[in-house]
Design a protein around this ligand. Sequence first.
Ligand SMILES: [Zn+2]
Ligand SMILES: [Zn+2]
Length: 372
Amino acid sequence: MKTQLLFLSILFSITFYAQEHSHKSSGAITYPNVPGYKTLKTDLHQHTVFSDGNVWPTIRVMEALRDNLDVISLTEHLEYQPHSKDIPHPDRNRSFELALQEAKKHDLLIVHGSEITRSAPAGHSNAIFISDANNLMDKDSVKQFAEAKKQGAFVFWNHPAWYPQSPNGNPVLSDFQKDRIKNGELHGIEVINATDYAEESLALALENNLTIMGTSDVHDLIDWDYTEKGHNRPITLVFAKESSETSLKEALFSGRTVAVFNSLLVGKEENLTPLLKACIVVEGATYINNTSILKVTLKNVSSSDLLFENQMPHTFYSSSPVFTVPAEGTKTIQIKTLERLDSVELKLKVLGAYIAPKKHPVLQWQIVVENN
Ligand SMILES: [Zn+2]
Ligand SMILES: [Zn+2]
């Protein structure tokens, strides 16, 4: 009986372990929540062998878990199926179903999506939160967008600056997109796709009130395309009321996002500023001996190196006015306040972050001095 019990408990712990085990890697991506919202780390544009990618959907799930993502979507091309001789693909929902099955054991949300793949001017767009990819197949791209809307999809314009479709590397907002926006059929735009950030796409996002997106558009392995090169994959941070598909969808339609690629962060000011404020924790502010030089330690709790420029009337002692607080690291600055103050307003411009083309956010903190 004892042996049986022991055997049962071992079996239980193996089963338990199998269900709860973690795939997180040492390079797991992390960003803090912001006041009122959960920060969901998403990569909503990826490919597998079910279109022109080179891995099985389960690998995308594993990669997302290693990167500590909260949400992914496998957005197979509807119209481009180069592996179809080897992998006949009559049911276009299959990639999603396989990923969903794999993710069941884990805390990862899989969103059902497809890439509508047309030549310019329609170009490529992802429709996510769809109910049936098969019904999105249509020779007429206008009908495809209407069907996506019917399915309740959030649709974003992919790599609008992609040079095979726009030879000067700048996005062209055609009548096709203008009509889709007018009809409520186009809701977002990639400002970062793979390694390309186009500030012209950011301008279009702001002019047309489109949700700002960043995605990996990965076809091979995340490790090969990004990690091995010293990068994290590009992602979209979504500020959702809860960690659920309903909340994620509401947040995307409401435009509460920041696109991130390593130290580059792009978003509307109302989303980017609270995120950056949450990324930096002021750890201590004390005067050095009996001087009027204030030592302030800044801790960065995010996976982005943050590059700052001093915007205070006070200058720094022993430090450049431009400095980096490394990802998940600290930096101590020394501020010459000229007299010993009880509190100081720290004011820094974030040089790697954009709220509009060529426009950086400026952050402010009221810092209380500890030993005054
Ligand atoms: Zn594409
Ligand atoms: Zn793609």
